[in-house]
Design a protein around this ligand. Sequence first.
Ligand code: GUN
Length: 294
Amino acid sequence: MQLIDGKTIAAQIKAEIAEEVRQIIAAGGKQPHLAAILVGHDGGSETYVAGKVRDCEECGFKSTLIRFEDDVTEETLLAEVRQLNENPDVDGFIVQLPLPRHINEHRILETIDYRKDVDGFHPVNVGRMLIGLPCFVSATPFGIVELLHRYNIETSGKHCVVLGRSNIVGKPVANLLMQKSQPGDCTVTVCHSRSRDIKKYCLDADIIIAALGVPGFLKGDMVKEGAVVIDVGTTRVPSAETKSGFRLKGDVEFDEVAPKCSYITPVPGGVGPMTRVALMKNTLLAGKKSIYGA
Ligand code: GUN
């Protein structure tokens, strides 16, 4: 069994990005600039956005954080999005989710200029991804595919079971792995909360991507010998062993599953750091106008 070390790979990619930014700036080019809109004071969102700002510093990007209170109107938020669309200094931006219930999330995301949508959530980017055109791919699927690539894991012709059908992980990663590409060329099965006999599909899987958000869902007796297991779950569970009083638990019962695997990602230190660095990679692509041109 080999542990897939997302933390180390993500650090390598971050160093590669920082080096490229140094070269761009040395050649007189523009410093890539990521802006983030954060609404309210949700603890999780605060932590994620603070991490993104720190990642930008480490990559040599400029970053701007724009904050609104929970009671911001949809119109005010839309006006800010339109301003960022028009601002030539901003290469890419994100609106941190979730948004308060009175705001129509889809309306906000569809108003973002898809050429600056480094989260890859705009329907144009999602649609282009589906038909295999250059686009911004959302961070977690991008990170998963990059891990499979960097570990030289064969995917062609393999049966990949994706557990979960969310718009930000399950649906896009299932689509990426069925693309005619490397990594890709998988036969993909997507299981979800209404699927029957999930164990049957998992036992046939060469690759399992667990993205249900149910801690410890995938048990040892659901995995065949030699499978590759990618754990996307990050549920906070109480813990007496940490200062914060909680720890992150994945969707995989790691101690039971790991001995059967050829490769497996840990939680933390697997997919999580790759998700973070994927946003930086997209920001670099946006800064270089690599996907949609100037
Ligand atoms: N909330 C949880 N994950 C994400 C993400 O990747 N992007 C944004 N914008 N919000 C999130």
